[in-house]
Design a protein around this ligand. Structure first.
Ligand code: 5GP
Length: 213
């Protein structure tokens, strides 16, 4: 098969959601480091850049006016308001990557994931869980980036998000980071093996029988 394999492979949609403080960014960074060919959906956001974030790399940073204009033109396949800012995924670049056979990773919130599930119902939807509320509080405090008020808000949001965990395809509990990474990677690789992502492969193999029969 070799080179032909690529021709018959469509890209996988991998959506990863988690309550704030669960370790989503760390696990996603590990996965992208291990699989550098992963297409990453760079979202549009109305929030201001943080730290070393660069426009076009972590996010496309846009004004509220631009975001609303894009939204009304139907540019987004999903969008949501998170912590007072708008976030959205532009449809075109995602479709282009998938058609080229590139797997695409989405780091989005639960509201957005629910919308994507309608479009990419054959995608792989993973929910990362913190081992407990106490551990989540410990991690949020340990980051040292959030005020007491912000932590309280994130915990309230977390319980709402956990209530949505039910409809996801996979759950990964981030208790031990390496163990959680292994599970996330396994879920990603399993998703790649779905027959729906490999149209033509079986026909191709069957032809090798016909040619020799
Ligand atoms: P942050 O501002 O900390 O980078 O992200 C806040 C939350 O917004 C995270 O849960 C992140 O996954 C989510 N988010 C980032 N981009 C998008 C997007 O395009 N759509 C949706 N629905 N959520 C997003």
């Amino acid at each position: 098969m070799g080179q032909d394999d690529h021709k018959f492979r469509l890209g996988e949609v991998l959506v990863v959601c988690a309550p704030s403080g669960t370790g989503k960014s760390t696990l996603i960074a590990m996965l992208r480091e291990r699989y550098p060919d992963f297409g990453f959906s760079v979202s549009y956001t109305t929030r201001a850049p943080r730290g070393a974030e660069q426009d076009g790399r972590e996010y496309h940073f846009v004004s509220r006016e631009t975001f609303v204009a894009m939204r009304s033109k139907g540019a987004f396949c999903e969008w949501a308001e998170v912590h007072g800012n708008f976030y959205g995924t532009a449809t075109k670049p995602v479709e282009a990557m998938l058609h080229q056979g590139q797997d695409v990773l989405f780091d989005i919130d639960v509201q957005g994931a629910k919308q994507l599930k309608k479009t990419f119902y054959k995608g792989t939807f993973v929910f990362l869980l913190p081992p407990s509320r106490e551990e989540l509080v410990r991690r949020l405090k340990g980051r040292g980036t959030d005020s007491e008020e912000s932590i309280a808000k994130r915990l309230t949001n977390a319980s709402g998000e956990l209530a949505q965990a039910e409809w996801f395809d996979y759950w990964v509990v981030n208790d031990d980071l390496d163990a959680a990474y292994k599970e996330l990677e396994a879920v990603y690789l399993a998703g790649k093996c779905k027959p729906s992502l490999r149209p033509g492969i079986l026909d191709n193999i069957m032809r090798t029988w016909e040619n020799n029969g």
